[in-house]
Unconditional design. Structure first.
Length: 719
């Protein structure tokens, strides 16, 4: 054996990592190999860790009790622990592996940890942004600047992986607004000398914004006419040129081929830029795609979520032609479920050149929440609520929600369950069960009890439109409060006593909604329209027809920093079983019409001593205008200001009885169509407890008998 061979053999033995010491000793024609094995590990311990517990760190190391100690493995484990701390925002964490000798040739492996300070993102800045302000761009990122009160607002720990995702988020932000040539050149991070702060800078090359010009279809396949494909395209001229828009055009064209039996026809987009007028002409060339079929769909990483929940996001199945566009769309739908923190869908080679395997890798994340709430109101006093929400119940993709709330004058229990894919189709089946009760108060001289059961079916009817059909059965009981100050034959008592008693109501209804705000063609503007009707009388005691309509428009202006909203909402109810009951009529809450209490406007009954009781109305209409804008506070505080104005009214009751003369409010009923209006300012806060809204209102048009509210605190909802 040559010296080179001897050295190579030594390196191979020493390289196994099993031995602490290796000696090769030639003795004549004999080679004596002496080795000293590494000891066995009795225990793996972590010292100095407060932020990450032993269970979390134990999951990232590979050294185990009973295994053989290896310096290389211990060093790799130390790096893995440091990486876990880096993900938690502690880049300065130091980890040192130590050996503690024990009897019988065993050792304890201890990792000594110096956690260090949290690295906060001191500043997020941008270079090259001309079309959008820094505030607007920061809103598209997950990384948040630190501030003096940042611990009370949003997480601001530096995370390298999050910065990498933010770079892609910026790219998508510009692409969705027509900047097809945008480049996010870098996301550079600089640490402070103390390594407790980070400065993140994104360099952007925006390019020009484009809109869609002419869209044409040409055929490069013999025997296939382009005319049917051209006719199937929706006119998109003048809309923003975005990847989503192009994908939609490709999908429309390829659907024609699929329905006509040409399953391998592909629409290949070819673009012609017109820089002068800022448009891009799109030519869809019909070409033959590769004859590759899907052999199978492999799903890995889903511990809780069942395979069928992921599989139903695919429009294709085993044996269908492989279409890369459909694979990308399926990946987007899986990500949109919200069940997974990471989704990777890639086709890989199958068992033959004409077959491919769709490999799906997912990483699950929590999907349930348990919330506790405490509230205080001038009318209701202190109240509390418990809410449980699960969007992936038992891994079946079902949604479950249970809420219990109570205040001094009202209690409620609600249960909602939704199966989003009944029979494996885009058909959502829902069940809602509710129990509620209210007691008499200063503003309502009656109490109610309600039990309701309502199943529903919801399905798409167009790209942005959905139709919901429902049934409902409920039992309502209304009781008149015993108020000694009000005589039994007084108008207010008589008017409410007409509605007293219990009634069973059976109804069917439908709702149509059209919404382009979140997934529309233009992410900076959107329109919503809803119309619904419910018909009662198919059994039960009550017969009526209720109709509601709502339309709204939202648009961002001034480089997206200011959001303008306009809404109109109206409703009417027609009765066929006598006069309407007070719990069937419309009541505008302070969220629907700011500046007024519930039952604070519209028809009112008065007693002989002037006691007031709101009655609600058979009709209502309200218009809402609103602007939301930054108010100069640091972005990490998540606070915006707003201005609003509401105009509308509630009116109409059956058999009102004695109508109050002008200036008189005793033993009579007020029912008019007088317009009300309020104006005010709002403060929006995305708090750790959820989005909150503070409204400060001033009545502009009101009546003397109205009950106004100058201040409201509510969850900040969007139409």
């Amino acid at each position: 054996m040559s010296g080179a061979d001897l050295n190579a053999a030594y390196q191979r033995v020493a390289g196994t990592g099993f031995f602490r010491q290796v000696d090769f000793t030639p003795r004549g024609n004999t080679l004596v190999i002496t080795v000293q094995e590494y000891p066995l590990i009795s225990r793996v311990a972590f010292e100095g860790n407060r932020r990450l517990n032993d269970e979390r760190l134990g999951a990232v190391v590979t050294s185990r009790s009973g295994g053989v100690y290896s310096p290389a493995t211990a060093e790799a484990d130390a790096n893995a622990i440091a990486a876990a701390y880096a993900e938690a925002g502690r880049l300065s964490a130091r980890v040192t592996p130590r050996l503690i000798e024990r009897a019988n040739g065993r050792v304890d492996l201890a990792f000594e940890i110096e956690e260090g300070a949290v690295v906060e993102v001191e500043r997020v800045s941008f270079v090259g942004n001309r079309s959008f302000s820094e505030r607007r761009l920061r809103g598209a990122l997950a990384t948040v600047q630190a501030g003096r009160l940042s611990t009370l607002f949003r997480a601001d720990n530096y995370n390298e992986a999050r910065v990498a995702r933010d770079r892609q988020a910026l790219q998508d932000f510009y692409l969705s607004r027509g900047f097809v040539d945008v480049q996010v050149l870098s996301g550079v991070t600089e640490l402070t000398r103390e390594r407790d702060g980070a400065y993140v800078t994104f360099t952007i090359r925006e390019g020009q914004q484009y809109r869609i010009g002419r869209v044409t279809v040409v055929s490069e396949i013999g025997g296939i006419d382009a005319a049917p494909y051209q006719a199937a395209l929706t006119d998109r001229t003048g809309m923003l040129f975005t990847p989503t828009m192009v994908e939609s055009l490709i999908q429309q064209a390829e659907r024609v081929g699929y329905e006509s039996g040409q399953r391998f026809v592909r629409a290949e987009p070819r673009l012609v830029r017109n820089e002068r007028d800022g448009t891009i002409d799109v030519e869809l060339a019909l070409v033959r795609g590769e004859r590759v079929f899907i052999e199978r769909i492999d799903i890995q990483g889903n511990v809780v979520t069942q395979d069928n929940v992921i599989r139903r996001q695919f429009d294709v199945a085993e044996g269908d032609p492989l279409n890369p566009r459909e694979i990308r769309e399926a990946a987007a739908r899986i990500q949109a479920l919200g069940y997974f923190s990471d989704v990777q869908v890639n086709p890989v080679a199958g068992s033959s050149p004409e077959q491919a395997v769709v490999d799906v890798q997912v990483e699950e994340q929590p999907t349930g929440s348990l919330g506790f709430g405490l509230s205080y109101g001038a009318d209701d006093g202190i109240g509390g609520s418990i809410t449980y929400n699960e969007s992936n119940f038992l891994g079946r993709g079902q949604r479950l929600s249970v809420q219990v709330s109570t205040v001094s004058s009202a209690r409620s229990l609600s249960f909602n369950f939704t199966e989003p894919a009944l029979l494996g189709r885009d058909l959502a089946f829902g069940i809602a069960v509710g129990l509620s009760s209210t007691t008499a108060s200063d503003t309502a001289q009656f109490g109610t009890q309600r039990m309701q059961f309502s199943p529903s079916l919801t399905f798409p009817v167009s790209e942005f439109g959905r139709l919901s059909v429902r049934a409902s059965i409920s039992r309502d009981e209304l009781t008149v409060a015993a108020v000694p100050a009000i005589p039994a034959d007084d108008t207010i008592a008589d008017r409410i006593r007409q509605d007293a008693g219990s009634a069973m109501t059976s109804s069917v209804g439908y709702s149509y909604s059209f919404d382009t705000r979140r997934n529309g063609r233009d992410p900076d503007r959107g329109f919503v329209f809803r119309f619904g009707q419910d018909l009662a009388g198919l059994g039960g005691d009550r017969r009526w027809l209720r109709s509601t309509v709502m339309a709204g428009y939202e648009r961002r202006v001034f480089n997206g920093d200011v959001t303008l909203r306009a809404e109109f909402e109206a409703g009417a109810i027609a009765h066929r079983s006598g006069a309407s009951r007070i719990n069937e009529r419309f009541v505008l809450t302070s969220e629907q019409f700011r500046g007024f209490s519930a039952y604070g406007m519209g028809p009112v009954a008065y007693s002989a001593n002037g006691t007031r009781n709101g009655l609600g109305g058979n009709f209502f209409a309200v218009a809402r205008l609103e602007a939301e804008f930054p108010i100069g506070l640091p972005a990490e505080y998540n606070m915006h200001g707003g201005l609003f104005m509401d105009v509308g009214s509630v009116w109409g009751i059956d058999n009102p009885g004695t109508i109050c003369p002008p200036g008189v409010t005793t033993s009579c009923v007020v029912d008019d169509r007088t317009l009300r209006a309020t104006a005010g300012v709002s403060l929006f806060w995305d708090s750790p407890m959820g989005p909150l809204r503070f409204n400060f209102s001033v009545p502009v048009m009101s009546e003397d008998y109205d009950e106004t509210r100058r201040f409201d605190l509510s969850l900040a909802t969007r139409f």
